[in-house]
Design a protein around this ligand. Sequence first.
Ligand code: MG
Length: 175
Amino acid sequence: MRQKIAIDMDEVMADALGKLIRLYEKEFGKSVKQEVLQGHFLEEVIDPDHKHVIREYLFEKDFFQDLEVMPDSQAVIFELSQHYDVYIVTAAMEFPDSLSHKYQWLREHFSFLSWKNFVFCGDKSIIRADYLIDDHPKNLSVFSGEPIIFTSPHNVHETRFRRVNNWQEVAAMFL
Ligand SMILES: [Mg+2]
């Protein structure tokens, strides 16, 4: 039987942080440096008075429509799908308006995956697979299989999980 790999979308397949930073910089004319983000979420390093706008961007209807694809994710996920059962697992219910955009985004950029392999959920602790690749410790710490942390600025100090820094490292681990 093939092993199952569950893969998170935002910050793993889709560059949501990159878009948040661009929107923020454009609206407030400030630049967010990569160095200050290390170990922090964007909301934690910007002016506290502006904090609410990050949630507002995320709740905008089309936020998830045009996110950049993370480098090499398409080629590596395609290869993974030849050897493993790959499931895209996203806590999309947090942003209900994102559902159709996330679905369209997957169809556009990962057209080789079937809709049967998309899991739009709330609490990821319900997910059972052999591996979960995710940037969020809160999802990884409740996962019953082997958790793998995908590097994102906010999680660089996390040491509890096996780490991959990019999709080439995922390929080296699984292929
Ligand atoms: Mg994520």
